[in-house]
Design a protein. Structure first.
Length: 415
């Protein structure tokens, strides 16, 4: 079942990429009635990821004395023409000063600007927080032709007249371990990408929102929490779609995900990055450990999915894994809903989501509403994890346009 669902999602992504490529007439890429088939084997996944990959050039290997700059500073930039983008869209890859676990860090991103003349005051900015691409360095969306999730909203954002600042997150693209599912660290990557992008691309406006899906939905929620502590007057709000805000809930409901057990290998990796004392083998079963080194080093999402195809969550972990103190600490610290948020929020869920169950997001929203935010919750009947991003993009953009227009946001917490 999960393969059929992912195949439908793959079709949507592939068609978006092929359509964009056809528009710009990129050599070797043409519009097709049938997109590339969803890979069925690990070997096919390797080929598919290789076909989408752009080289990790020397641009990503530059080093800087970060003590000489402040978080949000632009470190380097370059114009890139290798992406599958619509006519007139420009791409600028950047390196910038971010913060990870309280320490200076370098992160990469790509800044996409629409075709045409920017409006007075510059392009309105959407800081895009992407969903899981993997944890290996080569899984940076800025090093992929389709910006990895380019077919799931980014094209519509650009067509709608928004500039997109798409962080890779630290450790994807740049050197260093990727702090997967670390809410605060990924929020920092999003927040500090915006001033760096403005420095690199003069046509960007000052006002911005964050929009994130899945892993990025957690990052978007982290941005909103950060705004409650240190508000940016140019920040207008957050959109969190199918956000992985549910880690604490997942401790009690690991059976709720269907066909998404492979994420647990990356969860174990994430715990180990935050707490070096943690041993991955204390959480993962022998079946999971057999492929752990490969999926954390050699490939990205497709590779990870197909390496663990058919292995459900209960088979991925050892009995009692939820009682491990490091696992519990990581999952609870990187959940959302308990802290106040700054600015309005739009939270979206799919009623048919097999990766982040709608019950988990409802639980997060219920907790969050206790702090009386301006929060609107919407759910979509029957939609799984990726389709809910694609199918709700128009609603997201309507909400975002209202924020840039200065309209007051409304919430439905009371309901």
């Amino acid at each position: 079942m999960i393969r059929e669902m992912r195949a439908l999602e793959w079709r949507g992504i592939a068609m978006g990429v092929l359509a964009a490529a056809a528009v710009i007439g990129q050599p070797g890429l043409t519009r097709a009635d049938d997109p590339p088939p969803f890979p069925k084997t690990v070997e096919e996944a390797v080929l598919a990821e290789k076909d989408d990959a752009l080289p990790l050039t020397a641009f990503y290997d530059q080093s800087f004395r970060l003590a000489d700059s402040k978080p949000g500073a632009l470190l380097a930039s370059e114009t890139v023409s290798d992406y599958a983008l619509a006519v007139g869209v420009t791409a600028t890859r950047i390196l910038y000063h971010s913060v990870q676990d309280g320490a200076d860090a370098m992160t990469s991103a790509v800044v996409l600007t629409p075709a045409g003349t920017p409006p007075e005051g510059g392009w309105p900015v959407i800081a895009w927080a992407h969903g899981t691409s993997g944890v290996a360095r080569q899984c940076a969306p800025s090093a992929m032709k389709d910006v990895y999730y380019g077919g799931e909203g980014l094209a519509d954002m650009l067509a709608g007249g928004f500039a997109v600042v798409a962080t890779d997150y630290h450790g994807l693209g740049t050197k260093g371990h990727h702090p997967y599912m670390n809410k605060a660290d990924q929020a920092n990557d999003v927040i500090y990408s915006v001033p760096a992008a403005r420095e690199a691309v003069a046509t960007l406006g000052k006002k911005w929102v964050v929009d994130g899906h899945s892993q990025g939905g957690l990052a978007a929620w982290g941005v909103a929490e950060a705004q409650a502590k240190s508000p940016d007057p140019d920040y207008l709000g957050a959109v969190a779609v199918a956000g992985a805000t549910h880690l604490g809930w997942f401790l009690d409901h690991p059976e709720a995900t269907k066909g998404a057990g492979f994420y647990l290998a990356w969860h174990a990796y994430a715990v180990q990055q935050s707490y070096p004392e943690f041993k991955v083998e204390d959480m993962l079963s022998s079946a999971a450990m057999d492929r752990y080194e490969k999926v954390t080093n050699e490939g990205c999402w497709l590779y990870g999915f197909l390496n663990y195809d058919g292995v459900e969550a209960p088979q991925m972990v050892k009995p009692g894994w939820r009682d491990n103190k490091w696992v519990r600490k990581f999952y609870l610290e990187n959940s959302a809903g308990d802290k106040p948020v700054g600015g309005p929020m739009l939270v979206i869920a799919g009623e048919g989501d097999n990766s982040v169950p709608v019950e988990a997001i409802r639980d997060t929203v219920k907790k969050a509403c206790g702090n009386k935010p301006v929060l609107e919750f919407k759910s979509y009947t029957g939609l799984d994890h990726d389709p809910v991003m694609s199918e709700s993009t128009a609603a997201q953009l309507d909400w975002i346009r209202d924020r840039f227009a200065g309209k007051a946001a409304s919430g439905n917490c009371s309901g």
